[in-house]
Structure formats: C-alpha cells, structure tokens
Design a protein around this ligand. Structure first.
Ligand code: ADP
Ligand code: ADP
Length: 232
C-alpha cells in the first residue's frame, strides 16, 4: 500500500517559489491500477517521484507498506527502490548501449550473478517481444520498441510497484494501444501495483480501476474510474 499523508511540496529556485503539491492525501492499494490525471504542471510527476524517493515532501509523509520514507535508512531506501520500477515518457535509454545492456543496467547495479543476469535479461526481452533486438541500439528502434525496452528494464528487479510517467505520451495512437496492452498484461500476470500518470483521459479509462484528478497541486476529485468519469 502506498499512502500520501497530507503531503505538500514547495520548490524554491532562483527566488521563485512553486507549490507543486498542496496537502495531498491519497491511498493506493496493493494491486491497484491507479491513474493520476491532470494538465501539465498539476504536480503529477512530483507525486509519482515521491514514491521512489526521488523527491521528498516539504511537509507530510509518504508511506509504503507503513514505512515512512523520510525515516528509513539509506540501505532500506536502496532495497525499496529495487522493488519499484519506473517507465518514462522519453524512454530514458542509453543510446550508446545495446538493448540487452539497457535492460541489464538495474541487474548490474544490484551485482547480479552473470549467468542469472543473462537469463533474466533474455526472459524480459522475450516477455516484451524484443528478443531479436537484443544486440540492436536504441537508435535503430521505433518509439514503441524503445518503450518496450524501457518497460523490460523497469521489470528487471521484479518490482512490486510500477510507476509510469506519461508512458505513452510520445507515441502514436496505434503504438499507444500496444503499450497499453502490455501494461495491462503486466498488471494481470505479474500482480504489480501500478501508478499511471497521464494527461490523457483515454489511457486512464482504458487501464485504471481508480483515479485521482489533480489541479494546481491539489487532488480535486478521486474515486473509481466509472464514478469520476461518468457525467451525472
Ligand atoms: P506535472 O507532472 O503534472 O506536469 P510537475 O509535478 O512536473 O507537474 O510540476 C508541478 C509544478 O512544480 C510545476 O509548476 C513545475 O514547474 C514545478 N516543478 C517541478 N519540479 C521542479 C523543480 N525541480 N524545481 C522547480 N520547480 C519544479
Ligand atoms: P561486461 O562486459 O561489462 O563485463 P557483463 O560481463 O556483466 O558485462 O555482462 C555479460 C555480457 O553479455 C556483456 O558483455 C553484455 O554486453 C553481453 N551481451 C550483450 N548483448 C547480448 C546478447 N544479445 N546476448 C548475449 N549477451 C549479450
């Protein structure tokens, strides 16, 4: 379970103060496919990045399975990050590395045994249907293929939580659909809790069971996708 408890976040840079989040409280249950929707600047990415400790609240607390992220040790944070995968809008692949090596990055960081790592990477590439591209470089792939590499990399450490930050926003509608199908399959087959940030309502309607709507750093509406998107 992921809990935001009265979380606020203020950024200060060059004399400009931005209230990215204001008193956000939110619970995401295990197994949820949870959507966060809102316009650009609403605070969605900041919220997402707090789940793996990339941002810390200025006020309030973020807890995962009851553990307050501001109170855990460096070592516990490393362990937690291993259990959380992240998928990005711009894929964030290393262009100078092969597909194989991109997917292997988290395993190398965790000093995985070489044979096991090799087996795991090839399994992941098969899962996302890219085994034949193991030796290709990102520059040789389509956007959808790049995102499948990004997804394979995010799954490398067998996470229990997957964070998706505008994962389909750089893709055309057809490719978007294939990535949404993959995310759906991952949710079903691997039993992973997913937090999906997007500005596209159809992504939420297609995938999510629950949703929070954000505006100017606040959650202005929340509930089941059916409740929130049905017009009374
Ligand atoms: P969204 O993901 O909904 O587009 P963000 O969480 O990226 O929104 O941003 C929320 C607000 O916080 C925006 O006004 C953004 O400019 C600001 N912001 C985000 N990150 C930083 C940062 N590192 N420094 C300063 N301001 C930031
Ligand atoms: P390093 O070469 O830095 O010592 P490792 O020995 O940890 O890296 O990794 C095992 C090797 O498998 C790496 O050299 C990696 O580049 C290589 N490899 C890359 N692509 C493939 C592939 N498609 N099939 C098998 N092995 C690959």
């Amino acid at each position: 379970m992921i809990q935001f408890k009265d979380v606020s976040k203020t950024f200060k840079s060059k004399g400009v103060t931005t209230q990215a989040l204001q008193h956000v409280s939110l619970t995401i249950d295990d197994g949820d496919m949870f959507g966060v929707i809102g316009f650009s600047g609403a605070g969605k990415s900041t919220l997402l990045r707090m789940v793996n400790g990339l941002e810390m609240p200025t006020e309030g607390h973020v807890e995962i399975n009851g553990q307050d992220l501001s109170k855990i040790s460096h070592n516990e944070m490393r362990k937690l990050r291993k259990s959380i995968g992240m998928v990005f809008q711009q894929f964030n692949l290393l262009d100078s590395r092969t597909v194989f090596d991109n997917v292997a990055i988290p395993l190398r960081l965790n000093k995985a045994d070489k044979d096991k790592m090799h087996k795991k990477v090839m399994e992941l590439l098969e899962y996302v249907n890219l085994a034949d591209k193991a030796d290709a470089y990102p520059g040789q792939l389509s956007g959808g293929q790049k995102q499948r590499v990004g997804i394979a990399r995010a799954l490398a450490t067998d996470p229990s939580i997957l964070l998706c930050d505008e994962a389909t926003s750089a893709l055309d509608p057809e490719t978007t659909e294939s990535i949404l199908q993959l995310l759906e399959r991952i949710h079903k087959e691997l039993n992973i809790t997913m937090l999906i940030v997007t500005h596209e309502i159809q992504v939420i309607q297609r995938l999510c069971n629950r949703v929070a709507v954000m505006e100017h750093g606040k959650v202005v509406e929340r509930g089941s996708v059916l409740e929130v998107f049905s017009n009374p």
